[in-house]
Design a protein around this ligand. Structure first.
Ligand code: C2E
Ligand code: MG
Ligand code: MG
Length: 714
């Protein structure tokens, strides 16, 4: 009892000094070292309780003016847990029960104090137990409170579940704020947790959670709130092991990382887009270009990189200030964005430099069309802060794959081409290669003036005579278009017909040709010249035009010319492109009365079956065969074969491009029906041709020793 060396502190509530001494002696005999005080009134009891701390209280049951039960009440009222032993002279059972009920721990009879020491010892032990319990209780309450403060105030969600993640043991209140659902729901059904995961991340998260017992679960994923709000979370879980080492629970933490993601996205955006214009910046441009080139390689596309630099931008910045400069850049960015197709990229490389990627061009020259559009769109004045600003740009163009296959090299090429555009006086574009420059420059210029040529009556027709080899007579003329360009002079059809076709201008122009040919027939007729049929060329694009038949019929009918005086020359390839349609069109035209000739015969791939079926009158042997007829055996054989074929199909055959007498003799001896070529006459202006026709010249042999065939007056 006093093993610790501290004396036992006993408070006696006893009116009799002797009785107390007996108790004391009994205790000492039992080996206790005792310090004590004796009180016999309530006031003294209170004083003693306040003055010192006691180990045990031994009280007489009844005293004059005080009692053990009253002493008990005092202790209770002060909430003092002090072992309390009642001692009485003679204690009846009733008294004992009463005392115990009132809270006494034990009772003894004065005549039998043998139980005193064991009773004291037991009570002291129990009191110590109670004290410990109380302390543990307080400690538990403290730690619970700390945990509550921790879990309740930390925005991360802490949770603990059974090892199979089937049942939730605890989840911190932050769950509500992160998951947008009440924690009660997830306690009731853990499926709520999984249901909230974005469908796109579902499989990954579930697979990840299966690894939780091994401590490998660490996932970032999206969750959807019931109202559709999307949040990003980062969830990690750790196995909780029993002493045996087996995992019996999983503890986890879920953190809302929505804000971090947003900042991340914003950073990615800032890293890839120009803050001022919102266009892709240089980094993203390089990226897109690499992708573009990879795709272009797969698809065998031609792709252009265009470098655009505004001219004299510095002047605007210096005179109107940087804020005006920024506004101008933004406005230019908008205009550029509207010009390109959806798959193309417009990027701001910095300052007043922009770059374009034009994917999948039909041909390299098409980039010039876009460059021209850029220059035209910038030509419209800009309204910046009330100022009307005129902007021009210098543009460099390079092509994949012809200039380079390397993204970096392409951008460099475009840049250096842009510098050449600056040197060339700004407000223009330059290709990286001089060859492309020559082609595109001329083409663009031609295209622009072609659009105006019809209105300005810059087209005329020249006429090249055709002669019959048996009679020597001129039996027809071919109308060949000429373009009298105000700057370039006479432009050959080889240059402008393809452009007319590309731009679709061939349709109205072709109509003009038929109209002009009819008018010429009328004019010769009026002048008393014996008219011969005029051949008019039709290109493939015209032939595919829906209204071809109607427009030709209308024009010829309106002119009052006999349709038999008009022959249409169609190339072999345009007929064979869609032979069924061609046959239908030819039949309608033939029915109307015009003649049909197949031009440039031998250069395409004719199906004999169709050739037989088409309602054609004449085959025209292509110039390329006639050219080498004397020197090349193959060509000679081909020409002979075409003549034979034509005759067996009951068609007239004519050779074009006859330049020498040897060629003429060859054709004559091989049974060719008609000829056309410089030997006879070059294409002539209408007036000169009219004179030739009027003179009634014929192809005759002239001269004695070395006779030659010439058009001579008959
Ligand atoms: P094409 O119909 O085969 O016309 C014959 C071309 O050969 C003409 O060239 C003519 O000037 C040229 N030529 C004639 N004889 C000789 C010769 O002895 N030697 C050489 N080296 N050339 C000769 P041109 O006038 O330059 O016309 C070229 C092509 O343009 C024509 O070939 C025709 O396909 C097309 N074309 C001309 N006018 C028209 C037109 O009004 N409409 C359409 N759709 N095409 C036309
Ligand atoms: Mg022709
Ligand atoms: Mg021809």
């Amino acid at each position: 009892m006093s093993e610790t060396g501290t004396p036992l502190r006993v408070l006696f509530v006893e009116d009799s000094e002797d009785d107390m001494l007996l108790l004391l002696e009994e205790l000492r005999r039992g080996g206790c070292e005792v310090e004590y005080r004796r009180v016999d009134t309530e006031a003294h009891l209170c004083e003693a309780l306040e003055d010192e701390a006691w180990d045990i209280l031994v009280a007489d049951y009844s005293m004059p003016g005080f009692s053990g039960l009253r002493a008990l009440e005092v202790l209770k009222s002060r909430a003092i847990d002090l072992p309390f032993i009642i001692v009485s002279g003679n204690i009846g059972e009733d008294t004992a029960v009463k005392a115990m009920k009132a809270g006494a721990n034990d009772y003894l009879i004065k005549g039998n104090l043998a139980r005193l020491v064991p009773a004291v010892e037991r009570e002291l032990r129990e009191a110590a137990g109670r004290r410990e319990h109380r302390l543990a209780d307080v400690a538990l309450k403290n730690s619970e409170e700390l945990f509550r403060q921790l879990a309740g105030n930390i925005p991360e969600v802490f949770w603990i579940a059974d090892a199979a993640l089937k049942q939730l043991k605890y989840v911190s209140p932050a769950f509500g704020a992160v998951w947008g659902r009440s924690p009660d729901r997830v306690y009731a059904d853990l499926a709520t947790w999984v249901e909230a995961v974005h469908p796109g991340d579902h499989a990954r998260v579930l697979a990840g959670r299966r690894k939780a017992p091994y401590g490998d679960y660490d996932e970032e994923f999206r969750i959807l709130w019931p109202d559709g709000t999307l949040r990003w979370v980062h969830e990690r879980a750790f196995p909780v092991r029993e002493s045996s080492g087996a995992v019996h629970r999983i503890a986890g933490i879920t953190v809302d990382i929505t804000e971090r993601k947003r900042v991340g996205e914003r950073l990615t955006y800032l890293a890839h887009y120009d803050h001022l214009s919102g266009l892709p910046n240089r980094v993203l441009f390089q990226d897109r270009l690499a992708q573009s080139l990879a795709q272009s390689q797969r698809e065998s596309w031609t792709t252009a990189v265009m470098f655009i630099d505004l001219d004299r931008f510095k002047v605007i910045n210096d005179t109107l200030g940087h804020s005006a400069g920024d506004k101008l850049v933004l406005a230019v960015a908008r205009r550029l964005s509207h010009l390109v197709r959806s798959g193309d990229t417009v990027s701001r490389l910095g300052g007043d430099e922009f770059a374009l990627i034009l994917q999948n061009l039909a041909k390299g020259q098409d980039a010039a069309i876009v460059a021209q559009k850029v220059l035209e769109s910038l030509a419209e004045p800009f309204d910046v802060e009330g100022h009307e600003i005129f902007v021009t740009a210098s543009i460099g163009i390079t092509l994949y794959p012809s200039d380079s296959a390397d993204a970096e090299a392409l951008l460099k090429n475009a840049d250096s081409a842009m510098y050449r555009a600056k040197q060339a006086g700004r407000n223009n574009f330059q290709y990286y290669t001089t060859e492309m420059n020559a082609r595109s420059g001329e083409n663009l210029h031609l295209e622009n003036s072609l659009r105006r040529a019809l209105e300005r009556r810059e087209f005329t027709l020249h006429y090249q005579p055709k002669a019959d080899l048996r009679s020597g007579r001129i039996i027809g003329v071919e109308a060949l278009m000429r373009w009298q360009h105000p700057e370039f002079g006479m432009v050959s059809p080889g240059k402008f017909i393809p452009l007319l076709e590309e731009t679709g201008l061939i349709v109205p122009t072709g109509e003009w040709v038929v109209r002009a040919a009819c008018a010429q027939l009328r004019a010769w007729d009026d002048a008393g010249i014996m008219v011969v049929p005029i051949s008019v060329n039709l290109s493939g694009r015209q032939f595919q035009h829906r209204d071809l038949v109607r427009s030709i019929i209308d024009i010829i009918s309106e002119s009052g010319v006999d349709p038999g005086l008009i022959e249409l020359e169609l190339t072999e390839s345009s007929l064979m492109w869609n032979p069924d349609d061609a046959n239908r069109i030819l039949l309608s035209l033939k029915e109307f009365g015009v003649r049909i000739s197949v031009d440039d015969f031998g250069t395409g791939y004719s199906s004999l079956a169709y050739l037989k079926r088409f309602p054609i009158d004449t085959l025209k042997i292509d110039r390329s065969f006639v050219q080498d007829i004397i020197s090349d055996h193959d060509d000679a054989a081909i020409v002979r074969a075409i003549i034979g074929l034509a005759h067996s199909l009951k068609l007239t055959v004519i050779a074009e491009g006859v330049e020498t007498e040897e060629q003429l003799t060859f054709l004559l001896t091989n049974g060719c029906d008609q000829v056309q070529g410089y030997l006879l006459s070059v294409p002539l202006p209408a007036f000169a041709c009219g004179q030739l026709l009027g003179a009634g010249r014929r192809l005759c042999q002239v001269g004695g020793h070395s006779p030659s065939l010439r058009l001579v007056a008959s």
